[in-house]
Design a binder for this molecule. Sequence first.
Ligand SMILES: C[S@@+](CC[C@H](N)C(=O)[O-])C[C@H]1O[C@@H](n2cnc3c(N)ncnc32)[C@H](O)[C@@H]1O
Length: 322
Amino acid sequence: MSETAVQHLPVLLNEAVDALAPRDGGRYIDGTFGGGGHTRSILDRSAPGGQVLAFDRDPEAIERARQLSQTPSYQDRLAFVHASFGELRTIAPSFGFAPADGILLDLGLSSFQLDAPGRGFAFGLDGPLDMRFDTSTGPSAADLVNTLDEEEIARIIWQFGEDRNSRRIAAAIMRARSSAPIETTPRLASIVEQAVGGRRGAPTHPATRTFQALRIAVNEELETLASVLPDAVATLAPGGRLVVIAFHSLEDRIVKQFLKRESTQCLCPPEQPVCTCRHEASLALVGKAIKSGHDEIARNPRSRSAIMRVATRLPASVSTAA
Ligand SMILES: C[S@@+](CC[C@H](N)C(=O)[O-])C[C@H]1O[C@@H](n2cnc3c(N)ncnc32)[C@H](O)[C@@H]1O
């Protein structure tokens, strides 16, 4: 059983790095190093003096960053930290990356993680039901399905998987775990499949949404995303770019609503004649949301659900003057 995926193809690589507009001497934060595809391109396009601070929760990704940092042309230009981007607000200043000229968040998981049976992200691969980005800490998906009560399991599958069979699946999980703990991906996949009455010609496996939901819950993905966005704005230099690539509607909704709010000068109801909210725009939107084109999707099917949004940090004087 191989634990190593061949590679991770960076999604919307040129679009994301173009949006960051790297320049010599700039300081950029890659919140999701993964296989380092975006980081490498930022370093190349900001040579000889541009720097990157890379975060990843996955110790294996950080080991890849360590190796990349030894590339002669990247020496002294790539710093890396094994931490969640949720800690950006405190970690970036300690590395000298606040203010930063650009911040990239390429959300979700890498092919290294998805394709490794031992990580437990894929229902099609036989492995332990883990799903933690950070394998050094925190409860796994098996811990959740074997300890949470039925209501909570149903809520997770409904809220993070938007699966209308959530209650039926939660009940089946409770029945199954009463005979033996659910510890592997194929066992959970078959419990879900039986609970919803098989595949019934559906294009996706019936466990797809349950697996997505558990992964989001295990890694507290949506809470972390919601909390990092204001921290990213606070960390950016005026004119610095925030680039976020989301892979499903739950993530993208958080990003879209945040960018809309933070690019709006006043949040009072339109019928109100005088502003009382005193809200000031901190961002300006850059273009519309960008999706992968046909060519990229053909080369890299995992890019099909990607959606990228970009905004620029406004200088404080503009936001107060506008
Ligand atoms: C889609 S991959 C990034 C791929 C990368 N841009 C590349 O070109 O190779 C997402 C990565 O983000 C990491 N990740 C997810 N949530 C994170 C968080 N809150 N903090 C830090 N890293 C996170 C995952 O472990 C994974 O390695």
